[in-house]
Ligand binder design. Structure first.
Ligand code: F0G
Length: 343
């Protein structure tokens, strides 16, 4: 029984076809991302999801989601997005020959992500309001006309669970897995992956799941702190990490279950901590993360986790170039350059 399900073959997400409800499908070579031992803490590993084809973990799920869209003869797909889902849906829809509509919160999507969605030929639709409103539009209206690829789509989560399998193959089951939480799909998907390994007797001690939210966008973490059974939804989330600027996470019940069942926790990090972690990760580990991606590292450093911890860095630095300050020296001639190099 174990071998029937656990028989990794090939590369990337489809390497785990035996653990997935689909055996093959659309692919841009997603998954198989680097797991890098960090210089920032004993036992800390970075799972760098920025190395996916469109620069975020969304590609894992989009491979399956777009496959199902195509197989169900949909001609259009639709997503609400803070940017990465849009970029990924646009690329995978292009690959599969589907039209793609992305509904975006005006002024709250990082530039790199907009560029990707536009480049891949998606129809960009801007709304006045934040992500939560965009998602509401998609749920109530979009789904009538197009196949939805937000993370309430279960195929997306099936694809995203493969991160757990990759970590397991390289490291076994770690003590902690630290995940930035926005709409709360990814943490539930990763937990599902580890649980399936345990069901097959492969993972004896399951990791504790740590859900990370930005201080100003923390409906789950704030409720967790006070022991409330439900999230405190917020109307005006605020954080530099626009990817997780979400006040009403649609997958909250699954995320809460993941954290509870695993014996983990939710934690908040401030924008200052996020940007500090982004810099540390870049300058000490050589890994470029967008702010939301660095939130997991900020949390791992803040919590000083003991044992083995995997921080999931969910998106690439190039996604959001505008948060990085650039300072440069000017030299007027070769002598000045030499002088500078000699210092
Ligand atoms: N990190 C990044 C870089 C993201 O883009 C997202 C979500 C998350 C973390 C949180 O993942 O929603 O599964 O809890 N971005 C979505 C989007 C909302 O539209 O791109 P989650």
């Amino acid at each position: 029984m174990r071998d029937k399900y656990w028989s990794p073959k090939g590369r990337g997400v489809w390497r785990y076809a035996s653990m997935l409800p689909l055996k093959s499908g659309v692919s841009l070579g997603e998954g198989g991302t680097p797991l890098v031992k960090s210089n920032l803490g004993e036992g800390l590993y970075i799972k760098f999801e920025g190395a996916n084809p469109t620069g975020s973990f969304k590609d894992r799920g989009m491979a399956l989601g777009v496959t199902v869209a195509r197989e169900s003869n949909a001609s259009k797909v639709v997503v609400a997005s803070t940017g990465n889902t849009a970029a990924s849906a646009a690329a995978y829809a292009a690959r599969a020959g589907l039209r793609c509509y992305v509904v975006l919160p005006r002024g709250n999507v990082a530039r790199g992500k907009l560029v990707q969605a536009a480049l891949h030929g998606a129809e960009l639709v801007m709304i006045n309001g934040l992500f939560d409103k965009a998602l509401e539009y998609v749920v109530t209206h979009g789904t009538r006309y197009a196949y939805p690829l937000n993370s309430f789509n279960p195929w997306r989560l099936e694809g995203q669970k493969t991160l757990a399998f990759e970590v397991f193959e390289e490291l076994g089951c770690p003590d902690y897995v630290v995940v930035p939480v926005g709409n709360a799909g990814n943490i539930s998907a990763i937990w599902k992956g580890f649980k399936e390994l345990a069901e097959l007797g492969l993972c004896r001690r399951l990791p504790k799941m740590v859900g990370v939210q930005a201080e100003g966008a923390a409906p789950l973490a704030k409720a967790w702190e006070r022991g409330a059974p439900q999230p405190f939804f917020i109307d005006e989330p605020e954080t530099v990490a626009t990817a997780i600027k979400i006040g009403k996470p649609i997958n909250w019940p699954k995320a809460l279950a993941a954290v509870k069942e695993s014996g983990g926790l939710f934690v908040t990090v401030s924008d200052v901590e996020i940007l500090r972690a982004q810099k540390l990760l870049a300058s000490r580990d050589g890994i470029g993360a967008e702010p939301a991606g660095a939130a997991s590292v900020a949390a791992a450093l803040k919590l000083k986790l003991s044992g083995t911890a995997v921080a999931v860095v969910t998106g690439h630095a190039l996604k959001d170039p505008d948060v990085v300050e650039i300072s440069a020296r000017e030299v007027r001639n070769a002598e000045e350059l030499v002088e500078l190099l000699e210092r």
